[in-house]
Ligand binder design. Structure first.
Ligand code: CTP
Length: 403
């Protein structure tokens, strides 16, 4: 069963044991389950299976030394993209190094720099597994919430047999899925997210638009899917590629967005309106280009307020999340709170866009507001990190609505 959203990024660390070759099969099966795998072998493991094998099987470059591509700070970059790290085989030495927080090669640097769930798959000789030092290291790791699988019992390298065999690949993958599912607090919830900025045609070449890049909406859609949600994205005029596994409907104008949201809203648990919707549109878009001299004044008509309209039709189970872009630094919370209430939203992120800040950048700052709760400050976060902070608040509300 593969209930996970596709696009899950896994790091597969390979320890220096003879079972390293079995991880080639593990890598293949992970890919069959839709995981995207980056392999990081320790230098000791390269005595058993070389980098070329991992590159060919994973289809990705393989780095084992800390001292390559240093200018790109690869251990931090790699740590950041990981949704989970699997170390297989985890040797006694690697287990000891991870337990004591060492960072003396590329793999242990990535492990230390990542907050992704960690799954260790031990394989070693029984005497090493049952050695008091290893037992204590495994206990330490488990007490920190790290999953250490029990090795299988059976025939080992040479004539020996006992506990220490590399576990069956199906057991490793189901442990990984369990680990990732426990991270999936939005599992099964259907969310509707709008992103980008609408364009209101004046004539066939001109439009009224805005500077929204869509990055925040896409970050939310991606983060929500990773947390198990089913996401429908309504996207207006963005330069971003569609995200695998997320149904994306492309619209241009506020009226098209209104129609797309109205149609889908009754079927979802939450609507997140990150889109910058033009407040008004030219009343009569001209069919041919308007001459310069006739552009002195354009008659406009107000667009529907999508958030407000949905708040009027929403059930008590549904949650509405709004965004507000404000240019008045001193009154952010006051203005945001007024908008939250006026629009009937449950949550609203108010951000400071004075001096052209925020639009098109990867950083954001502001406040998460909820009716009847104290504002939560978000200081200079990436749009990905804000997405997760907002989803934390949303997950709590969805939880309450479920009760
Ligand atoms: N919004 C909407 N429909 C509109 C305008 C805005 O659904 N026609 C949503 C936005 O997606 C956002 C929230 O309402 O989530 C606040 O948008 P904002 O532009 O700050 O609010 P306005 O109502 O346009 O208020 P202002 O008078 O400050 O422009």
């Amino acid at each position: 069963m593969n209930t996970l959203p596709r696009g899950r990024e896994i790091i597969l660390g390979i320890g220096g044991g003879v079972a390293a070759y079995k991880s080639a099969e593990l890598l293949r099966r992970l890919q069959d389950h839709g995981f995207l795998v980056t392999v990081i072998p320790t230098s000791a493991s390269l005595n058993f299976v070389g980098e070329a094998t991992w590159e060919a099987l994973s289809g990705r470059p393989v780095q084992s030394s800390l001292w390559n591509n240093v200018h790109k700070v690869p251990h931090i970059r790699t740590a950041e993209i990981a949704d989970a790290i699997v170390v297989a085989p985890a040797t006694a030495d690697l287990i000891a190094r991870i337990a004591s927080g060492r960072a003396d090669d590329f793999l242990t640097n990535v492990i230390l720099a990542s907050d992704a769930p960690l799954l260790l798959v031990p394989a070693m000789h029984p005497q090493m597994w049952l050695n008091e030092a290893t037992i204590a290291n495994v206990e330490t790791l488990r007490s920190r919430g790290i999953t250490v699988l029990e090795p299988d019992i059976g025939r080992l390298t040479g004539k020996d047999s006992g506990v220490g065999r590399f576990p069956e690949v199906t057991r490793i993958i189901s442990s990984l899925q369990e680990l990732l599912l426990s991270d999936s607090d939005l599992l099964g919830h259907h969310l509707l997210i709008t992103a980008g900025g609408t364009r209101e045609p004046i004539d066939p070449v001109r439009y009224i638009g805005n500077r929204s890049s869509g990055k925040q909406g896409y970050a939310l859609a991606f983060a929500a899917a990773k947390r198990g949600a089913v996401v429908t994205l309504i996207s207006a005029n963005v330069q971003l590629p569609d995200i695998e596994g997320i149904e994306t409907i492309h619209v241009e104008t506020a009226l098209q967005m209104f129609a797309a949201v109205s149609e889908r809203f009754p079927k979802v648990r939450a609507l997140i309106m990150t889109a910058a919707v033009a407040d008004s549109r030219p009343t009569n878009a001209a069919l041919s280009k308007i001459a310069k001299n006739d552009l002195g004044a354009i008659e406009t008509t107000l667009n529907p307020d999508i958030l407000l309209e949905m708040s009027r039709s929403k059930t008590s189970e549904q949650i509405l999340v709004g965004f507000a872009a404000e240019t008045s630094k001193d009154e952010l919370v006051e203005r945001g709170t007024r908008k939250l209430i006026a629009k009937g939203a449950d949550l609203l992120f108010v951000n400071d866009v004075s001096d052209g800040a925020i639009f098109g950048t990867n950083e954001t700052a502001g406040w998460i507001l909820a009716q009847g709760q104290s504002p939560i400050a978000v200081a200079s976060a990436t749009k990905d990190s804000l997405a997760n902070q907002l989803l934390d608040s949303l997950a709590l509300k969805l939880g309450y609505a479920n009760d």
